[in-house]
Design a protein around this ligand. Sequence first.
Ligand code: UGA
Length: 435
Amino acid sequence: MRKIAIVGTGYVGLVTGVCLAEIGHQVTCIDNNVDKIATLLDGKSPIYEPGLEKLIHRNMAEKRLEFTTNHREAFFKVEVIYLAVGTPQNRDGSANLDCIFQAAREISEHVSGEIVVVVKSTVPVGTNDKIKQSIEENALSPLKVDVVSNPEFLREGHAIYDTFHGDRIVIGSSSKRAAAIIAEINEPFNIPIIHTDVRSAEMIKYASNAFLATKISFINEISTICEKVGANIEDVAYGMGQDSRIGSQFLKAGIGYGGSCFPKDTKALVQIAGNVKHTFDLLESVIRINNHQQLKLVEKALLRFGSLKGMRVAILGLAFKPNTDDVREAASIVLVERLLEEGGRITVYDPVAMDNARKILMNEVNYADSLREALYQADMALIVTEWDEIKEFPLEEFEKLMATPIIFDGRNCYRLEDIEQYAIEYHSIGRAMIK
Ligand code: UGA
């Protein structure tokens, strides 16, 4: 058992803290956001993540998990401090490291003796060395710091599962002692550990996300060609994925990737490459393809109708993927903005992301309380997120509720054979149109 402090209670920090407590460590999570900490002290999760609240309760009750806004208190007698603060993108696409260096200053002020700092936040290659330098230079009392890069690979919506069942844990360190401490902390997860130098660990994170984003843009490009040559993207992706060198995951064509990671990390890697005078052509194309793909449903609707002026559009799903309330960089946002420009009258519905969407879309759209309400009298429905509630929605309801049952499905939620049983016009991604 180790005494650990975690700075930042966002997705990564909170899940890491809760899971480290679950495997027996003594964990204090710190955040500057007073409201967030108050919510957590109340035993509630500030983010929507299946299974998280249960673990918060259990570990608080068993006194392994604490929350505070006070760094001095949190860092008292800790052996390891995890940094899991946000690294949002700057205007030029580079990662903003203000929160990282703010956290480093807090360590300099409140810690003395010896400390291992584990960086979970996604930071450009070379940043961990700068963090070490910053902490040591600003230290108020003698301090020996080892900085370990330990990138995070969890997915929103599956965060707990991924933490306990990840494919690998990467530990990048120049200190054998620090690497051994972090390996020991993670031992109960029973996940293979890969030891590297610090910079390679930092790069593994960016390269992994960039590669997954590339897979998605690749399959989306293939889906566009499939539509034109009369092939079926689902069969094509399945046939490709059976080759174990390719793998079947992340070959689901749709309206592109969103969220707080892929869009930000791909742009940051282009920047990182640019800083060392390398043009990352491939990744730039991946990003361009994705930007285009997010608007695919409007493009299809415009092709179908000529103009969307005055048309009633139901947007089904707003989150960037199912099982999350996150709408950051979601296709829904750019789609709605574009539809508004085209003069559409929009009603949106999402099972959990309505509050977050309201903060962005404000009063530009109507908000429905149910799928049925969103579809009522609509001229077309655009499916943006493949929530189970949408996939399981009875198809006859589209017929009954809509003014004209025309669906543009950005996530291929339905089987073409099923759609054919109804008087629905159905446009999906990389598959034949059904009329
Ligand atoms: C992603 C990675 O999967 C995690 O490994 C990583 O830790 C995380 O970013 C991060 O850097 O923190 P996440 O953003 O939660 O996780 O979501 P994913 O499940 O990877 O989905 C990302 C986007 O890709 C979604 O918009 C999803 O709809 C889209 N996607 C995914 C596709 O369009 N097709 C696919 O086949 C898979």
